[in-house]
Ligand binder design. Structure first.
Ligand SMILES: Nc1ncnc2c1ncn2[C@@H]1O[C@H](COP(=O)(O)OP(=O)(O)OP(=O)(O)O)[C@@H](O)[C@H]1O
Length: 660
């Protein structure tokens, strides 16, 4: 609805008075109207000149209404007149615009003035006609009045509608604003909803993609599961069959079990009896153990007495065989093995002295503790040492030297080769762990450790840690014996482990040297095994050790090349000091020159009175080695003469392992 107020058209030609009279009742109005018309008629009659048509024309003009009013003298008359005028005007208007038939007034022949009666009748007819017209007009007027009322009502309705329109306009404005706001909000909300929906849509698309992938995977899994289900079904069938078989077996076993229960009962009875016997036997065993222990003590004592009787420094000689066709070609000394301990050695041909012209006496005879000819096996050489290994387990310090010129077989004797050719060191290791196993049965437990070092050019090097660069110093302490600072002393639990460490040491010795054969023949290699035994039953502890020394070649400086002179001097120094020490011990001198070389200082405990020493002097059989052979044998003979009294390191207190 637009804002312009629509107005209803007012009836044209009607001018309503400003102060409208109060509405009259119908009867009163009729009376008044009738009176007005009558008055008007009278007036017309009175003036004579005025006809009804004049009155009509008078009334037709609204401005004449007040005049009529004044004539009538009452407001009611005026109102009636006005109403009549309005009705007339309306009638005229209607007459103008329509073909409505006007009430017909009878036209009469002119009546003479004196004929009042006719005139009266005529007038009465006219009056009757007019009265009818009047009534009709009244009806029409009533209609008009009704129209007015309707107009008022419509106007009121119009105003009400206008007010409503205004309210509605304002509401419309508010609603427009609200609508705009609502539109904006809705738009934003829709936008947000759209974005959310879009996001949801994207997520759903992504979800769908993932779901598709999952479905594909699940389909694959499902297929795999179906196939495994098939397998499982087959397995299940097999298992069911097995289960049935096992159930049958179980039943059979149950029957056996029942039977065994019965047997078990009788066995339990037997067991009780056996237990009683066991207790008796246990007592017997503990008595036997005591006997074994005392026998063990006796055995050890006897064993070591025998060893003492054999001499605490034993010297063996081993002659190596030629090992190649080339060596077979070389001239060999003639060796006459007189018995197990003595032999003669001479050059193959007699030479004549250039000075005296007499034949040189190139024959020499030596008596040592044992002589091994070239056919002797590694096991035969080890046999005697094995007795000393037992002594080491009984708490003695043992020292084994391999002495001899380069190539005479020292390393072969000490290390040997794998298998039957194994030398003294691997055989010693095996024997130690076998003996430990046997001794465990009589209540002994042993703690075994090992160290590996070499002395080269009067420097000590740890073969388990050759690149450490740490200074290894030899220290001697009267109570603890000899120790080497920073030396690795490795704990060992088995023969195999000890051999592995030995191989590592050998490898490290080889890696450090540019020419291993040269290097090994010019350095002393010392393998030391530390043994600590403990018997819990008797609270007895023994601490022993075995030094296994592969000495450098003993050839003299005269036979060495010039460039090797320094090395040879170092070697000679240690070996000649070894000789001096042996001589001093032989002469029972007060001062023994152990400190004159690293080797003798290191082996002080072993060379001194408290150790059992075995020296294997290796000699080459070749004639060109004769002089070196004789020197070695002379040194061996001197050593053999040294007498020592070995002491056992027995203690009931924990001992310090690691002393050298
Ligand atoms: N009794 C033996 N039976 C068989 N072969 C031996 C025997 N003794 C030594 N040999 C062999 O002789 C060679 C030299 O021996 P070996 O290397 O042990 O001498 P070495 O005295 O240790 O020498 P070096 O001082 O240079 O170390 C080696 O090939 C070794 O296998």
């Amino acid at each position: 609805m637009d804002g312009s107020k629509s107005r209803l058209p007012k009836p044209s030609g009607i001018r309503l008075p400003q102060n409208r009279p109060k509405p009259l009742t119908e009867n009163k109005a009729n009376v008044l109207e009738h009176r007005a018309i009558t008055t008007a008629s009278r007036l017309a009659l009175h003036r004579r000149s005025k006809s009804v048509s004049d009155l009509r024309s008078l009334m037709d003009r609204p401005r004449m209404v007040p005049k009529i009013n004044s004539i009538l003298g009452t407001k009611a008359a005026a109102a009636a007149a006005a109403t009549a005028a309005v009705k007339v005007a309306q009638k005229r208007k209607v007459e103008k615009g329509s073909d409505e038939v006007k009430p017909k007034v009878m036209k009469h022949a002119k009546i003479p003035d004196w004929d009042y009666k006719s005139r009266f009748n005529q007038l009465r007819e006219k009056h009757t006609v007019l009265n009818e017209n009047y009534k009709k007009q009244l009806e029409k007027l009533q209609d008009v009045e009704d129209l007015e009322t309707k107009y008022e009502e419509i106007k009121k309705q119009h105003e009400t509608l206008e007010q409503k329109s205004v309210i509605l306009s304002s509401k419309n404005l508010d609603l427009t604003k609200d609508n705009k706001l609502f539109k904006t909000q809705i738009s934003e909300r829709l936008k947000k909803n759209y974005e959310t929906l879009k996001q949801n849509y994207d997520e759903l698309v992504e979800q769908e993609r993932k779901n598709t992938e999952r479905i594909e995977k699940l389909t694959a899994v499902n297929e795999a599961l179906e196939s495994s289900l098939q397998d499982l079904t087959e397995n299940h069938e097999i298992l069911t069959m097995k289960h049935e078989k096992l159930t049958a077996e179980h039943s059979a076993m149950r029957a056996d079990y029942e039977k065994m229960l019965v047997d078990n009962k009788s066995l339990n009875d037997d067991l009780e009896k056996e237990k009683e016997k066991c207790v008796q036997l246990s007592d017997h065993v503990s008595n036997l153990k005591k006997d074994v222990y005392s026998s063990e003590i006796l055995r050890r004592r006897l064993h070591n007495t025998v060893q003492d009787l054999k001499g605490n420094i034993r010297v063996f000689c081993r002659v190596r065989p030629p090992i190649s066709a080339e060596e077979e070609e070389r001239l060999q000394c003639l060796i006459n093995y007189i018995d197990e301990k003595s032999f003669e050695i001479r050059k193959s041909r007699e030479s004549v002295s250039a000075i005296s012209g007499k034949p040189n006496d190139l024959k020499a005879e030596f008596a040592l503790d044992r002589v091994f000819d070239p056919n002797s096996t590694q096991n035969e050489v080890f046999e005697d040492l094995s007795q000393l290994v037992q002594s080491a387990l009984d708490g003695y310090d043992i020292c084994v030297f391999a002495y001899g010129q380069t190539g005479s077989g020292k390393t072969y004797t000490m290390q040997g080769e794998p298998g039957d050719e194994a030398g003294l060191i691997p055989r010693t290791i095996d024997l130690i762990f076998n003996s430990i196993g046997n001794l465990q049965r009589t209540g002994w437990t042993y703690d075994v450790k090992a160290s590996f070092l070499e002395i080269y050019n009067e420097n000590v090097r740890d073969l388990l840690n050759p690149t450490s660069g740490q200074n290894l110093e030899i220290r001697y302490n009267e109570g603890k014996g000899t120790t080497v600072t920073n030396l690795i002393i490795q704990s060992i639990t088995s023969a195999r482990e000890l051999k592995t460490w030995m191989a590592t040491a050998h490898q490290n010795r080889a890696v450090a040297a540019t020419d291993f054969n040269e290097h090994s023949s010019r350095s002393h290699a010392v393998t030391k095994i530390y043994l600590q035994g403990y018997n819990e039953d008797t609270n007895t502890r023994y601490v022993g050790s075995i030094n296994l020394v592969d000495l450098a070649g003993s050839e003299s400086a005269k036979t060495s090349a010039n460039e090797r002179l320094t090395e040879t001097k170092s070697i000679n120094k240690s070996l000649s000091t070894l000789g001096s020490v042996m001589l001093a011990l032989y002469n029972k001198e007060k001062h023994i020159p152990y400190r004159n070389s690293k080797l003798t200082y290191l082996l002080q405990s072993s060379l001194g009175g408290s150790s059992k020493t075995l020296m294997v002097v290796n000699i080459s059989p070749f004639e060109d080695c004769y002089m070196e052979t004789i020197n070695s044998l002379r040194f061996a003979a001197k050593v053999k003469e040294v007498k020592m009294v070995a002491k056992r390191n027995k203690t009931n207190l924990p001992s310090v392992i690691g002393k050298t």
